[in-house]
Design a protein around this ligand. Structure first.
Ligand SMILES: Nc1ncnc2c1ncn2[C@@H]1O[C@H](COP(=O)(O)OP(=O)(O)OP(=O)(O)O)[C@@H](O)[C@H]1O
Length: 618
């Protein structure tokens, strides 16, 4: 319940709507309370007329008109409340969704390492749908329910205190019984949500990588795993529904008995002449009205439980600690980014940096390396040796456990994220494009770029020619993550994107052998153009690239092994000289060793001897 109060208190801008809905529902209730009185009165008039003991047609007509007015007003107020409810729901959905998204965008990388995208999205939609539905029905009906209850109690007390007493006991008893049922229900609902979240997380992963799924013929098993999760929710729902509806039957049985007593009292008291038939009709209608809030209570508690269970996961995300700053980073205008040449010290600096994703398991230990202005530094090491982790630390995606990472002479932990990241251009191994047009992708980091600037960046990245070959040119839609482009084309768009960002520092994770020689050359030429006049940190996957850098940093088991020029390291006996020797060798073992360094030699792989084994006759 606390979470619902929290939602109400954090959506203060919607209070005029809540209030409007409450007022219209109160007025609506008032108009419905008029009806039993008018009908009761009309009954007495009609009986009197029929018995010839008074009553006039005029009075009966006026009573019918009063009934019409009350019902028309009721219709109008219902629709005003409905309109406000619909608008409030849309606004509430907007506020809650935007806040959730804003929060997610501000969460540290570590959070995303442990969550599936589909789970995050599924949770959002479920939480928000349930919370908004509940608040809508709550504001629409709760106050009308309270007023109906109070009015029915007061009116029935006026005519018959035993009736009022029975109602006064029944309302809280029924609410208490309903609330008691809810604890077990919520636990099961939590389990069901968990199953659905995991299934949806996998669902979106599978759809996002459908090519892999198809190529490994895993459609059926993915579907089965998905179905198993939903089958589990059916089992859980069976338990939950049995529990809920079993108790609901008992509760309603008690309610039926209570109403039996109430009607009996009304009939007997009328028969004994305690009140007129008109009053009896009035009381019967009032009792029927009293039934509504009691049953509604059950509905409230049911939808309230959904909302509480749903909002729990919403608030779990909202309570996650943010990534260092409370506001989302904004890239400063390019004019605000000072010339790196004015900074003191190194452009990139790692001083005694130690870092691990899990506490106590360092991936990088005591890393010290520096890059000066305009230098190209290659990181070389075994796969899993921590090269990408160094890049992540430079981008401030994770804070180091010890030591300092600095950029342009400043400790990055003191730099706003927007400033830090606007100074580092990145070309990832996976180009990570977005659906939309080629132009939008190139201008992703600078949406204000002119057409001229976009074309210029594409030209320098060797992409302009292939872009113009598309019928729609720069307006061509490239599909999800650039699905409609070739690997080399994607890479060149990513290079153009970094080119347009024009950051003084460049981080480059070279594409591996996914490209053919021709596109590799085109991409390489684009990268050369991009690296010119910038300080670059390169995760190199080609010996040809490594041999042209200013300095090589070799990593072994998360530690810096050597730092030196290619010429120095070629003869030092370390990793680089080992790589050069391996490249010259034709042995399968040596090739495998090169692969372990993610180094592509550009030479065709020799046949796998194991393959021969398996095909040779026994
Ligand atoms: N997000 C993460 N959470 C937990 N462990 C991680 C994460 N990312 C990487 N690791 C682990 O950290 C180690 C270093 O990974 P990293 O990606 O930095 O290596 P790399 O040298 O870039 O490898 P490659 O050349 O294969 O890309 C690996 O053991 C990896 O399993």
């Amino acid at each position: 319940m606390r979470s619902l109060v929290r939602i109400l208190s954090t959506t203060r801008q919607l209070w005029p709507y809540y209030l409007g809905i409450i007022v219209s529902s109160v007025l609506m209730t008032a108009t419905s309370l008029v009806t039993p009185f008018v009908i009761g009165r009309a009954t007495d008039e009609v009986i009197a007329m029929a018995g010839g003991s008074g009553g006039t047609v005029r009075a009966v007509v006026w009573l019918a008109v009063a009934l019409l007015v009350a019902e028309v007003l009721n219709t109008l107020l219902t629709n005003v409340g409905g309109y406000l409810g619909d608008t409030m729901t849309a606004r509430l959905r907007r506020v809650l969704s935007t806040r959730y998204y804003e929060k997610l965008l501000g969460l540290p990388q570590r959070y995303f390492d442990n969550e599936l995208t589909g789970t995050i999205i599924g949770r959002l939609s479920r939480s928000i749908t349930e919370v908004t539905n509940f608040l809508k029905s709550f504001s629409n009906s709760f106050f009308s329910m309270l007023i109906t209850t109070a009015a029915v109690l007061v009116i029935s007390a006026f005519y018959s205190w035993p009736l009022a007493l029975m109602l006064a006991v029944m309302f809280p008893a029924y609410t208490w019984l309903t609330a008691r049922t809810s604890r077990g229900w919520q636990r099961i609902e939590g389990e069901k949500n968990e199953q659905v979240d995991v299934a949806n997380g996998r669902f979106s992963e599978v759809i996002g990588q459908i090519r892999v799924v198809k190529s490994f013929v895993r459609e059926r098993s993915e579907l089965d795993a998905f179905d198993r999760r939903y089958a589990r929710t059916v089992e859980l729902t069976e338990d939950q529904a049995r529990h809920w509806h079993g108790l609901d039957t008992a509760r309603r049985g008690v309610l039926n008995l209570a109403f039996f007593g109430i009607y009996l009292v009304i009939f007997l008291q009328t028969a004994s002449g305690a009140y007129s038939v008109g009053v009896m009709v009035l009381l019967i209608q009032l009792m029927n009205m009293a039934r509504q809030p009691v049953l509604m209570m059950s509905f409230f508690i049911d939808s309230g439980q959904h909302a509480i269970a749903g909002s729990k996961s919403y608030f779990e995300v909202m309570d996650e600690p943010l990534d260092r700053t409370a506001v989302l980073p904004v890239a400063p205008p390019t004019t605000d980014v000072p010339d790196p040449s004015t900074g003191d010290g190194h452009v990139i600096g790692f001083d005694a940096v130690t870092f691990g994703y899990e506490p106590g398991t360092p991936v990088l230990s005591d890393i010290t390396l520096h890059a000066d202005r305009g230098e190209r530094i290659a990181l070389v090491g075994e796969s899993g040796g921590g090269k990408s982790t160094i890049v992540s630390l430079l981008l401030g995606l994770y804070p180091p456990d010890a030591g300092t990472v600095s950029l342009l002479g400043r400790d990055i932990s003191t730099m706003p994220f927007g400033e830090l990241r606007s100074r580092v251009g990145v070309v990832f191994q996976d180009p990570s494009l977005f659906s939309g047009t080629i132009r939008e992708n190139i201008a992703y980091g600078r949406p204000d770029a002119t057409e001229e600037e976009v074309v210029q960046a594409a030209r320098r990245a060797n992409a302009d020619r292939f872009i113009r070959n598309f019928a729609d040119g720069y307006d061509a839609l490239i599909g999800e993550r650039g699905l409609k482009l070739s690997g080399g084309q994607k890479q060149r768009i990513a290079v153009a994107r970094a080119m347009l960002k024009d950051a003084p520092v460049l981080v480059l994770d070279e594409a591996t052998s996914a490209l053919d020689t021709k596109s590799e050359r085109l991409v390489q030429a684009g990268l050369e153009e991009l690296m010119a006049h910038r300080t670059s940190l390169i995760i190199a996957h080609r010996l040809s690239t490594i041999s042209t850098v200013d300095r090589i940093v070799t990593l072994r088991q998360g530690r810096v092994e050597e730092i030196g020029t290619p010429a120095e390291l070629a003869v030092s006996g370390g990793i680089y000289s080992e790589l050069l020797a391996l490249q010259a060798s034709n042995s399968v073992a040596d090739r495998a060793r090169l692969k372990a360094y993610d180094i592509d030699t550009g030479v065709a792989e020799p046949a796998d001897p194991d393959a021969e084994w398996s095909t040779s006759p026994a």
